[in-house]
Design a binder for this molecule. Structure first.
Ligand SMILES: [Cu+2]
Length: 296
């Protein structure tokens, strides 16, 4: 009875975390620990197993063991064409059969893109004997020098008749070092114009460089949404970023009439004359009062 219950509910087992997020783009030895169960999948995940992530040329070791409540033999493999069976080109990624509940079976292979792995990307790993209940995702990340392009901000609002700017940045990926040329396209046509501050950027290894993208409109540019694609390319690679542009109607503001300089000068002049006359009149009156009071 107890044994039956153990099969009906997942056994008290803590799934091992086997996901790695590789930081270095150089070959690394990575070890993943996987416990197989035909009923509960890899590491008792029940559905999709742990995601395994590696870089091209990494040395990968799988530590494979059978779960204690599982009575069947397993075998780990990469199913590149997703047909649930080990094909000839998948043999190199197929482990030995394992059925021990106490001793790990050690399977080591070196990931080589276009060698034993068809390319960078993701594939399902499976158990050769239980391919539908025991599977997960195996991801191979490229180590090839590359670059990315970003736009900050990625969306701009431009008031009709004015302009706005975004910063375009080319970023080194996997230690890429070199120069890239920049180009822009605006769609649909007939909208704003896009002008880059520089026609190309030098990208230092492990760093980035940027230039400004000025998006200009005239009073007659149709309002609406536009997409500006900025493409950075060298002889082998092209990477793009998009800037969403919304051209809006200029908000009509209440016009403030200009104050003519003449009126302004006239008012000041009149004030000066008034004050002068008033001061003279006051002085004359004081003099007269003084005369009156001083007479015997
Ligand atoms: Cu299996």
């Amino acid at each position: 009875m107890l044994l039956l219950l153990a099969f009906l509910s997942p056994p008290p087992f803590q799934p091992l975390s086997t996901v790695t997020h590789p930081a270095a783009a150089s070959p690394v030895h990575r070890t993943f620990w996987l416990t197989g169960s035909s009923n509960w999948g890899w590491n008792l995940t029940q559905q999709i197993g742990p995601q395994l992530e590696v870089y091209d040329r990494d040395n990968v070791t799988l530590m494979l063991i059978k779960h204690q409540f599982d009575g069947i033999t397993h075998n780990w493999f990469l199913d590149f064409n997703n047909n649930f069976v080990v094909d000839s080109n998948e043999q190199a990624t197929s482990s030995l059969d394992f059925s021990s509940t106490t001793q790990y079976t050690n399977f080591t292979f070196t990931v080589t893109v276009e060698g034993n792995i068809p390319g960078t990307g993701s594939w399902n790993y499976r158990c050769k004997y239980h391919p539908t209940s025991m599977f997960g995702v195996f991801t191979v990340v490229s180590t090839a020098p590359d670059f990315a392009v970003t736009s900050t901000p990625a969306s701009l609002t431009v008031v009709r008749g004015s302009s706005n700017t975004s910063t375009i940045r080319a970023v080194s990926v996997n230690n890429f070092m070199g120069s890239v040329t920049l180009s822009t396209t605006v769609s649909p046509g007939g909208g704003p114009t896009a002008v880059l501050g520089l026609g190309g950027l030098v990208v230092p290894a492990g760093s980035s460089n940027s230039t400004g993208l000025t998006v200009s409109t005239t009073a007659s540019t149709p309002t609406g949404s536009y997409t500006i694609s900025v493409t950075a390319s060298n002889s082998t690679v092209s990477r793009s970023t998009q800037v969403s542009v919304t051209v809006v109607e200029a908000v009509s503001q209440p016009s403030t009439p200009p104050v003519p300089t003449l009126i302004f000068a006239g008012v000041i002049g009149a004030g000066v004359i008034f004050l002068t006359v008033a001061a003279l009149a006051l002085a004359r009156r004081r003099k007269r009062e003084n005369k009156t009071s001083s007479s015997p």
